[in-house]
Design a protein. Sequence first.
Length: 309
Amino acid sequence: MNFEQLTYIVEVANAGSLSKAAKKLFITQSAISQSITSLEKELGIKIFTRSRNGAVPTIIGKTVIKKALETLAKMEEIKMEATADYTSMHGKLRLGTIPSPLMYLPKTLAAFRKIYPNIKLNISEASSQSIINGILANELDIGLIGLSKNGEEFHHDDIAINVVLRGEMMVAASKQSPLAYADSITLKDIQKSLLVVYEDERMWEFLDEIANKHEHANILFSTNNLDAIRNAVVENLAITIAPDYTIKSDPFVMMGKVAALNIAHFPHDYPGMAIVWAKSRNTALIEHFITKLTSDIEKLKNPLDELTI
């Protein structure tokens, strides 16, 4: 087992196929296939189930990939610790994020601040596309975005992407709403209800998909103000839709004032959340932050559920 093999299995898990991973790593598909096969023989397990449609981690493979991610993160930390004088570094790190990742950031920011006491951290909230535009315009260094269904983010030549979360869409409804006491909510229920929507291109993609199955949703308002959305839901003025990792961690859901509901009979996988940055500005500072944030997210989520791509 070596560093190269660990890197390969992580990239294949993220890309969903050997060919895509090989292209990203600038090696042949045959080379990556042989390396992974060698690791599987060494461990005596199958890490991936391979088919024409791609490569999917096996149950035991997910555990191995999780450990590989942790090992690679630690190795990167060791390299950085050995080569950098962090306390002498000055400057600013500009981070753009959609609301969902905000729950993952405090721990990362606090740890990063201790290591880089003279680096100013600037965080702004924006839509996914605005964040990508900000990185391309050198207005942001790192972004946390929601992925589009067609994966258009992967088509930018200067945008590097690390997918860190996969999930599914859920509905949040006030405990005052009759919907809160159902086992799940149907598309017809959604269509009959007033909706408040976070203003992001990825959310509108999902609502358009619902409209293809039923009538268009009845939108009360859309906004990028999370407090306005939360208040509308808590007061039973409307329901909202968001990825499960956003809704389940919401303070009103955790306090029991808002119910988190699955959507029944609909293929509602959410494309996921990713860290993005400019390949042309991939500094050691940016790499260290991305490594730390990725590691923190891995510790907070259930990787065995999230690694299937």
